[in-house]
Design a protein around this ligand. Structure first.
Ligand code: LRH
Ligand code: MN
Length: 428
C-alpha cells in the first residue's frame, strides 16, 4: 500500500516547479473573476470509476502483449485500483464485470474495498460470451434470442449480477447492460421482433431489480456483429429506456459512435430528455478502439463537458446524477499509467468546461455572434489547467504527478516480482 508520507515526500520534491505554475495560473484565473477555491473543490470532488477489466493489457484478436504483474484475481484488481486512487484521489470506485469478477467471499471483498477507500459503483452483465459447458448458447444473441429459454437464461444472469452487486455494498445500485446481440448478414434477423424481444427481456430484468437501482442501457453501432446491432444508437437505447421505466437511462460509451458523430449533441439531447445515465470514457480514432481518453480528440471531450456543465447548472434540466466510468482496453501502455492518464484527461476537460464564461456565450448565441461564441470556448479550451488539476490533487493528499511517483517507485517492477511476468488479468 502506498503510504501518505511517500506521497508527501514526492510532492515536496516537485513542489518548486508546481508552485511556480500554480502561482501563475491561480492568479490569472482570479484576474478573470473565477472563484478559484470553488474550481479546486469541484475538480477534487470529481471521481471517475475504474473498470475492473482494464487492469491488464487487453490486446486485440490479432494479439495480446502482457506487461507482467497483472492482477490475477479480484483482490489484486482492488489493490491496483486502490493504488490508482491513492495516487490521484480521483478514482474511489470500481465497475465490476460478471462473471470475470465474481467475489469468492463478499464479506472479505467488502473489507478489502474499505481498506482502500473504494466502493463498487456498478456491475456489468455479460451475455456476449458463453461460459464453460453453457448449454444455451448466446451465439445468436441473448435477450433478443428467438429461443425463449436462451432469453430466460440471459435474464436470470442479469438478475444474478444484481445480487452480486448488492452483496458488495449498499453503494452499488447500478446495473450496466451492453448487448452484443445483432446480425452479420441481411435477412438473418427479423429486425422489429429482435427489438421487441429485447424490450420485453430488459423489462423483465428491470422489474426484478430493487426499486432503488438504475439500469444503464449501452448502445453500440457494430462489433461483434457487423450487419446490425439490436441497440446500435442512442435513439434506440432512449426508446427502450422510455418504455422500460424511469430508472433506466442511456449509457454513452465514447467509442460507440460512427466516425464524425456529434457526440456532444447526443449528450445535450439526452440531458434535455432527462435520460442521460452516464459515460464509458475512452479515446478512439475509427471504431471502439478503447484508447486513452482524450488522446486523439481532446476538443470533443471538452465540448462534451461543456454540455454537461451547462446542463448540470440549468434548473430546467431534470437529469439524474450521472455515472462517470472509464471503459478502456490497451495493448501498448502500462494499464495503471493509462488509467491515470484517462482520469487526468477527463478532469482537464471538466476543469476547462468550468472556465467557460457561460453568460457571455449565451449572449453571443442569442446575437448569433458566431466568432465571439467560438472565441469564448477557445479561451477556456486553450487555458492550460494542468496546474489546477495538480493543485486540486495536492490539496486532498494525492500526488502532484501520479505517473511521476508511480514510475519513481518502480511499482510495475514490484508487481512483476510479486505476481510474475506472465500474470494475465481476466477481462478483455
Ligand atoms: C462493449 C463494452 C461494454 C463492456 C465491454 C467490456 O464494447 O464497451 O461496455 O461490457 O466493452
Ligand atoms: Mn463500454
Amino acid at each position: 500500500m502506498l503510504k501518505q508520507d511517500q506521497i508527501q515526500d514526492y510532492n515536496q520534491s516537485v513542489s518548486a516547479d508546481h508552485d511556480f505554475k500554480w502561482g501563475y495560473l491561480g492568479e490569472s484565473l482570479e484576474r478573470q473573476g473565477q472563484n478559484v477555491e470553488q474550481l479546486l473543490k469541484k475538480v477534487a470532488d470529481f471521481q471517475v470509476a475504474i473498470p475492473s477489466w482494464a487492469l491488464g493489457t487487453g490486446g486485440t484478436r490479432f494479439g495480446r502483449f502482457p506487461i507482467g504483474g497483472e492482477p490475477r484475481n479480484l483482490e489484486e484488481k482492488i489493490e491496483d485500483v486502490g493504488l490508482i486512487h491513492a495516487l490521484n484521489r480521483s478514482s474511489n470506485s470500481i465497475s465490476l464485470h460478471i462473471p470475470w469478477d465474481i467475489p469468492q467471499d463478499a464479506a472479505a471483498t467488502r473489507q478489502l474495498l474499505s481498506q482502500h477507500g473504494l466502493i463498487i459503483d456498478s456491475v456489468n452483465s455479460n451475455t456476449f460470451q458463453d461460459q464453460k459447458d453453457q448449454a444455451l448458447s448466446y451465439k445468436f444473441g441473448s435477450l433478443c434470442h428467438t429461443d425463449a429459454q436462451v432469453r430466460k437464461h440471459a435474464i436470470d444472469h442479469n438478475i444474478e449480477v444484481v445480487e452480486y452487486g448488492k452483496a458488495l455494498g449498499d453503494e452499488c445500485k447500478t446495473l450496466t447492460v451492453w448487448l452484443a446481440d445483432g446480425s452479420n448478414f441481411p435477412g438473418q434477423h427479423h429486425l422489429r421482433r429482435a427489438y421487441q424481444r429485447t424490450l420485453d427481456s430488459l423489462t423483465a430484468i428491470y422489474e426484478a431489480m430493487p426499486s432503488d437501482w438504475t439500469m444503464l442501457v449501452e448502445y453500440k453501432p457494430y462489433e461483434p456483429n457487423f450487419y446490425s446491432m439490436v441497440i446500435p444508437d442512442w435513439g434506440t437505447s432512449y426508446s427502450l429506456c422510455q418504455q422500460i421505466g424511469e430508472r433506466s437511462q442511456v449509457l454513452v460509451d465514447l467509442g460507440h459512435h460512427l466516425p464524425n458523430t456529434n457526440i456532444e449533441q447526443i449528450v445535450a439531447r439526452l440531458m434535455h430528455f432527462g435520460r442521460l445515465g452516464g459515460f464509458h470514457f475512452n479515446g478512439s480514432m475509427y471504431g471502439d478502439d478503447d484508447l486513452t481518453t482524450g488522446a486523439t480528440k481532446p476538443y470533443q471531450l471538452f465540448l462534451i463537458f461543456c454540455e454537461l456543465v451547462q446542463g448540470m447548472n440549468d434548473p430546467a434540466v431534470t437529469n439524474p446524477a450521472l455515472a462517470w466510468m472509464i471503459d478502456a482496453s490497451h495493448n501498448t501502455k502500462d494499464p495503471i499509467e493509462d488509467l491515470l492518464q484517462s482520469v487526468q484527461a477527463i478532469k482537464m476537460a471538466y476543469a476547462k468546461a468550468l472556465l467557460v464564461d457561460t453568460q457571455a456565450l449565451f449572449e453571443a448565441q442569442e446575437q448569433n455572434d458566431v466568432v465571439r461564441a467560438q472565441e469564448i470556448l477557445e479561451n477556456a479550451f486553450q487555458t492550460d489547467v494542468r496546474a489546477l488539476v495538480a493543485e486540486a490533487r495536492r490539496q486532498v493528499g494525492a500526488a502532484i504527478d501520479p505517473i511521476g511517483l508511480y514510475r519513481q517507485m518502480g511499482i510495475r517492477e514490484q508487481r512483476i516480482g510479486q505476481r510474475g511476468r506472465y500474470a494475465v488479468a481476466t477481462g478483455l
